[in-house]
Design a protein around this ligand. Structure first.
Ligand code: FMN
Length: 167
């Protein structure tokens, strides 16, 4: 089963998180997972994917303009309706809008007919309610790597659910 992660990233944080999610997905037997920038999506691979996770940095507590444009213009060409969908975000500040970014991505995914999944509280600790958020190095002393396990676990949970539904 193929799974895709698609991200927008200017300085590399969101790209690294996307790769962690793909790594977590690949822990599940029979899953081939790949991460793509919105600027370099392998459309054939995504079309064959049972699930797609989308990620964006927080720009003023919303997804980036580039991600929004891609969701409006790129995503409709990829037959995403009916696939499993998920979302993640990176922020500079703990209260920098990560959940709002995720919520707005999930709203887009539901609008195009995807089935949205995060694991929520049903999977226990770590509770990832809407999707994983990573805070990069800042005055609060958080760094991206502090959140790596959450992204790996989210990817693994997402892949298990995709296999349960479509495997
Ligand atoms: C124009 C702009 C606006 C940003 N707005 C926010 C914000 O509202 N909240 C926040 O926590 N971080 C904000 N950031 C920081 C980025 O979200 C954060 O550094 C992110 O991890 C960058 O991702 P990237 O390395 O994948 O580009 C902003 C960065 C830029 C360039």
């Amino acid at each position: 089963m193929k799974l895709s992660v698609i991200y927008d990233s200017r300085t590399g944080n969101t790209k690294r998180c996307a790769e962690w999610i793909a790594g977590g997905m690949s822990r599940v037997a029979g899953v081939e997972a790949k991460a793509f920038s919105t600027k370099d999506v392998d459309g054939a691979f995504v079309k064959e994917s049972a699930g797609v996770v989308i990620g964006s940095p927080s720009y003023y507590a919303l997804m980036t303009a580039d991600m929004r444009t891609w969701l409006l213009e790129g995503a409709p060409k990829l037959s995403l309706g009916g696939k499993l969908g998920g979302a993640f975000a990176t922020v500079q500040y703990t209260h920098g809008g990560g959940d709002l970014v995720i919520q707005s991505i999930l709203t887009n995914l539901m609008t195009i007919g995807m089935l949205c999944y995060s694991g929520g509280g049903a999977c226990g600790d770590p509770c990832i309610h809407l999707g994983p958020v990573a805070v990069n190095h800042n005055v609060e002393k958080a760094c991206l790597e502090d959140f790596q396990d959450n992204f790996l676990i989210f990817g693994e949970r997402f892949a298990k659910k995709a296999k349960e539904l479509f495997g």
